[in-house]
Design a protein around this ligand. Sequence first.
Ligand SMILES: [Zn+2]
Length: 390
Amino acid sequence: MPKAALGSEQSRELQGKQKFYYGSNIMDSPYKVCRIPNKGEGLVATTDIARGQLILSEEPIFQYTDPRFNDRAEAFRRYNKLDRPKQKKVWKLFDVTGNRNRSEDLELVMQTNGIRLRDLMYGLFEIACRINHSCRPNTHSSWDPVKETIEIYATKNILQGEEITSTYIGNLARYALRRVCLKHIFKFTCRCWLCTLPEEDREMSDLRIQEINDLLKQEISMLGQIRELLQLYDLESIVGWQPVEAYKGAWLLASRSGYKTRARIFAERGAKLCAEIEGFDGVDTVEWRKRVMDCGDEDEEMPEDEEGFEEWLFGELEVKENVNGWGDKKVKEKIDGPGQPEAKESDEGPGEPQVKKGDDGPEEPEVKENGDGPGESEVKESGDARGDRV
Ligand SMILES: [Zn+2]
């Protein structure tokens, strides 16, 4: 496995460069909507934000079924039922042409800004849709089905002045696929820190992403596989639901094989990470806490030194039941789940462009990156709901 970790993405270059003209109207919100150089509008932190902090909780302007899979008139009917102020909010969103949608082409606005909430349901949001894309974002978006709000949590410590980002296409696509997806669907060229790494580092990143995708396709019979996956996530700076799912695999493997102590530790780690991306009361977090409580009495002695502890924790088990398909299946669930859709190398996604290896083609249309362009964020892919917009 390639060992070199990715460099830091921390950048304060935005600080002081943007003009805040669209102040948030929520007291104490830790962001401002403002113009970002070469990206149109975006969100910038107005204070330091800690990992796990809730940045934004927002109701949709309206929800609709993905017109690609349903009678497109349904979305229009829902729009027509909105009161005038809400309809106006829709037209204040940018579209992929880089303009606020003066042509009032609802389909174009939905294609550019729609955030996947659950299944085939998407939503348009006044603020969340303005979050720009990064292939290694600093937030996670999840749909709260009870409150009917999208919740955006920081997955990394965010410095004051730093842009708040989410991924439109998930975390598991290699450079060439990301590039084609973003350009094809959202009409921009991503210049996030991952995409602008020196070629050698970017190729190393692609190799790790390939290793991750290969691991996710395997049937899991050893905790060592999961440890390797977690290490790859760490090296790739992939945070959010993927590590949570990895711990779910570890918890399943340990608990089904009757290892209560290790199952409890994995459940505790999953619960902690899940709370950071969905809140302490999130549906999944509550489920994780139940798992912790259901693990039963301890059945193994734990080593006291830290290194020995991890070796023991991910050490061999007498496995009674493999965890079948937690990779592909879970990934698919998440892809279709709230948040952004994952870019798939096999391009099964509706409307996703086919990626040809090595196709960095100069013949691809150049994306305009001046001022009025739909920032990276205006174009949301599909992975994270706004996260993934595809
Ligand atoms: Zn990128």
